[in-house]
Design a protein around this ligand. Structure first.
Ligand code: MTE
Length: 320
């Protein structure tokens, strides 16, 4: 592998964000705001914010945590999105090349209603909910993020899965022109992730289209990304163009890249360490010094009550 993967990146190598551009909103709005570029180290509410797009009709979900959300700046400038580079500040700097409108999602496999769906139609037919979720990356850092999303279970029901549908596979866009990181073989492209059907149908699983009440910034996986809060961050695939229902367990990108390090399930579990580091604690992004504030990681990232039953009787050391 030419470039470091998350597992190879030490906390000491993490660089704070320097630049920020909201080029996508710039393009979408057609406003051409000259001041949309960020001055390094400064967050100017007057310019980039003005071009951001608010989402209408968002209802608050009772499934939200009451914990204080991580700042918008941290959520949108400290990212993993290897299609735009492997540094934490690369996605915010580079993801403006992704064109998110129009956006079509191909839905296929073991369902009665396959087809190419316009994202707008999928979203229009669903309730937009704000879900404030804990988010825990496999690299042992965490955030609290106010997503705006639609219920994955409700969406799946509309596609009418057959009795053979045991897994749901998601695929990210493959287009090295828009996603220049795909020109380097850091991972097997396109990025693929999957869930077991009962995980996908769990009430916590959503497809996010926004955060902080606004359209999802490109670096966070616009225009559509998965959010399953009891699993490590890498399961939460970004910029989804395909949803496929299968009988067999799909081969997923990180499990292919490092089968001994990244399992299919990827449930947050403080008792099962990554082969190269402990998963018992997490660094809370944005609270105190980057290197000092660590808190205990909770089983299933604190969502044990809602999801533990999905894994009853399973050896979670084996099925990590
Ligand atoms: N999806 C794609 N397509 N490409 C990626 O590199 N990175 C994953 C996940 N989804 C990734 C992806 C990882 S490792 C993490 S931790 C989360 O996205 C980060 O999401 P965030 O940047 O919105 O915090």
């Amino acid at each position: 592998m030419l470039i470091k993967k998350p597992s190879d990146i030490k906390p000491s190598e993490i660089t704070p964000p320097k630049h920020y551009k909201q080029r996508r909103q710039f393009i979408q709005s057609g406003l051409g705001l000259a001041g949309a570029a960020m001055v390094p180290g400064l967050w100017l509410p007057g310019d980039a914010h003005a071009a951001r797009e608010k989402l209408k009709g968002v209802v608050k979900s009772p499934l939200s945590t009451s914990e204080k959300p991580t700042s918008y700046k941290d959520v949108t400038s400290y990212n993993n999105f290897y299609e735009f580079g492997t540094g934490k500040d690369d996605p915010a700097r580079n993801a403006h090349t992704l064109v998110t409108k129009p956006w079509t999602v191909k839905v296929e496999g073991e369902i009665d209603k396959p087809g190419d769906y316009h994202l707008e139609d999928l979203v229009k037919a669903s309730t937009l909910e704000e879900r404030i979720y804990r988010f825990r990356c496999v690299e042992a850092w965490s955030m609290v993020i106010p997503w705006v999303g639609i219920s994955l279970a409700e969406l799946i029901k509309r596609f009418q899965p057959t009795s053979k549908a045991k897994f749901v596979e998601f695929t990210t866009l493959y287009d090295p022109k828009q996603m220049p990181g795909q020109k380097r073989q850091v991972l097997h492209w396109p990025y693929v992730e999957a869930l077991r059907m009962d995980e996908a149908m769990n009430a916590l699983s959503i497809l996010a289209v926004g955060l902080y009440g606004e359209v999802l910034p490109n670096q966070n996986g616009a225009p559509l990304r998965l959010m399953v809060p009891w699993k490590y961050g890498f399961k939460n695939i970004k910029s989804i163009v395909k949803i496929r229902f299968t009988e067999q367990m799909p081969k997923t990108t990180w499990a292919l890249a490092g089968p001994r390090e990244y399992g299919f399930y990827a449930n947050v579990n403080p008792q099962v360490n990554h082969p190269r580091w402990s998963q018992a604690r997490e660094r809370v992004i944005g609270s105190g010094s980057l290197f000092t504030r660590r808190k205990k990681t909770l089983m299933f990232n604190g969502y044990e009550e809602q999801v533990a039953h999905l894994y009853s009787g399973m050896d979670l050391k084996k099925y990590f």
